[in-house]
Design a protein around this ligand. Structure first.
Ligand code: KIV
Ligand code: ZN
Length: 498
């Protein structure tokens, strides 16, 4: 009999800490639904006290997904817990994830406190959360660098206070696999009431050991693992869901099974990557575009003779149909359609015809057509379809001693139209000018501008959400000029209405 490993997905909480990759609520719902189909057991939806946006996301995700337990993060602070409980109001199954730093470093420099006081605060937080929900998870932040004897005392106390899951984060990604595994074993053997809770791993990848540490934790007794899709997360990221799940699936002797529908792994990976505008590195295990691509003659020959010669995982098991990713000029329409559907594009007959022609033109020039090429082909066709409105020219006057004024020229279904308007800032002025040119009334619901690096030459990414007759439309653009990016994103959204 295999043991069940619970998959706790934190793509939408810890994973979303990647600079410049924040999602809006509608995008988060799309990811949450994909995670539900993937079969995650617990979905960490956010840190409600951290911002009104995070609060709202937890509320909306609680309404949108029903199967996984919805989890909200808090510090060991009563107000945090009150707000988390409120955000989880609509969740069918809910969990509060509370905790505090337990390493001597955190105790001294973060809390200016002492070990005993930290235990008291931890116990108080768990008891307080228990007033709202039955399922309370406790995290001992920086457990990776916490002395094992003290960690065992903390864990015993919080389980006694009612914690149902105890999370042992290697917050800084410092541990080695044998160290981390030994920590979990130590807790199993030295915490008297450990059988009353599930031990969870939560490993960061600063030394590239997040998956190895998580697997070592599982081998030593953890039965919940905290992961993100594509391993995204702050700094070097978190443990990646696909790596742990496929390790359990392919190393049967470990005797561990998960509830993950592995055939959904690839498309969930691509969804997260495209919504977050965060490419997956080509050689990423399991989901990188080269993960199953055999290019050397010897390997190709070996795989054709018997797949297992060079593959430990059948690509079909993670939702990829062919071990050779590339398509060529000899590939037919059906192969293209199939490949596009794996990438998440369902096209009708006419759209497929159009892309197929472009595909053939490209295949004449380029030997192998990869997923990235197809994404571009679809992008070109899609945007071509949508571009009834195009930005022709934008001129903005702004500065410390002038009222911002923008002149916008649009190509509206072949006709050139221009308007000038003022506003409280250059973006407001440009949006007002666009408003004067468009017949459709719209309300700007959300506007988000993000830079990825710290440089002033950075690309600004803009997301907008507009409302028109009760429906919501999204637009996105990126440009080194943020006013241009903003107008382009607005036009992208408007094109979806027209
Ligand atoms: O890395 C960490 O310690 C965390 C906790 C808040 C669970 O993300
Ligand atoms: Zn973390």
């Amino acid at each position: 009999m295999s043991d069940r490993l619970y998959i706790f997905d934190t793509t939408l909480r810890d994973g979303e800490h990647v600079p410049g990759c924040q999602l809006n609520t509608v995008e988060k719902i799309e990811v949450a639904k994909a995670l539900e189909l993937l079969g995650v057991d617990i979905l960490e939806a956010g840190f409600p006290i951290s911002s009104p946006g995070d609060f709202q996301s937890v509320v909306e995700l609680s309404k949108a997904v029903k199967k996984p337990v919805i989890c909200a993060l808090t510090r060991s602070v009563e107000k945090d817990i009150d707000v988390a409980a409120e955000a989880l109001k609509y969740a069918k199954r809910k969990r509060i994830h509370t905790g505090i730093g337990t390493s001597d470093l955190h105790i001294k420099y973060k809390f200016n406190s002492n070990r005993e006081e930290i235990i008291e605060r931890a116990v108080k937080a768990v008891k307080y959360a228990k007033k709202y929900v039955e399922d309370v998870e406790f995290y001992a932040e920086d457990a990776g660098r916490t002395e094992n004897e003290y960690l065992a005392r903390v864990i015993e106390a919080v389980i006694k206070a009612g914690a149902t899951v105890v999370n042992i984060p290697d917050t800084t990604g410092y541990c080695l696999p044998d160290e981390y595994g030994a920590k979990i074993r130590f807790l199993k053997e030295n915490v008297k009431n450990i059988d009353k809770a599930i031990i969870s791993t939560h490993c960061h990848n600063d030394l590239g050991m997040a998956t190895a540490n998580s697997v070592s934790g599982i081998i030593n007794g953890a039965r919940q693992v905290e992961v993100t899709i594509n391993g995204i997360g702050e700094r070097a990221g978190n443990t990646s869901l696909e790596e742990v799940v496929m390790t359990m699936k392919s190393r049967k002797h470990l005797g561990i099974e998960t509830g993950i529908n592995t055939r959904n792994i690839f498309k969930t990976s691509r969804l997260v990557s495209s919504l977050m505008n965060m490419p997956v590195q080509p050689n990423k295990s399991i989901v990188g575009r080269n993960a199953f691509a055999h290019s050397s003659g010897i390997h190709q020959d070996g795989v054709l003779k018997n797949r297992e010669n060079y593959e430990i995982i059948n690509p079909v098991d993670v939702g990829i149909d062919e071990s050779s990713i590339a398509l060529t000029a000899r590939s037919g329409r059906a192969a293209l359609k199939h490949r596009l559907s794996i990438l998440g594009y369902e096209l009708d007959h006419e759209e497929l015809d159009e892309i197929y022609q472009k595909f053939l033109e490209l295949a004449d020039k380029k030997k192998d057509i990869k997923d990235d090429d197809l994404e571009v082909l679809v992008g070109i066709s899609g945007s071509h379809d949508r571009k009834k409105i195009q930005l022709e020219r934008l001129q903005v006057l702004c500065g410390s001693s002038t009222i911002p004024v923008a002149t916008v020229s649009l190509n509206y279904e072949g006709e050139l139209i221009t308007s000038t308007a003022s506003g409280i800032g250059p973006i407001d002025a440009a949006f007002n000018a666009v408003r004067e040119l468009i017949h459709h009334k719209f309300k700007l619901e959300e506007y988000l501008v993000q830079a990825i690096t710290k440089g002033s030459d950075d690309l600004g990414k803009v997301h907008v959400q507009i409302e028109n007759r009760g429906r919501y439309y999204y637009g996105f653009s990126g440009n080194t000029d943020i006013v241009t990016a903003s107008v382009e994103a607005l036009i992208d959204a408007l094109n979806r209405i027209v």
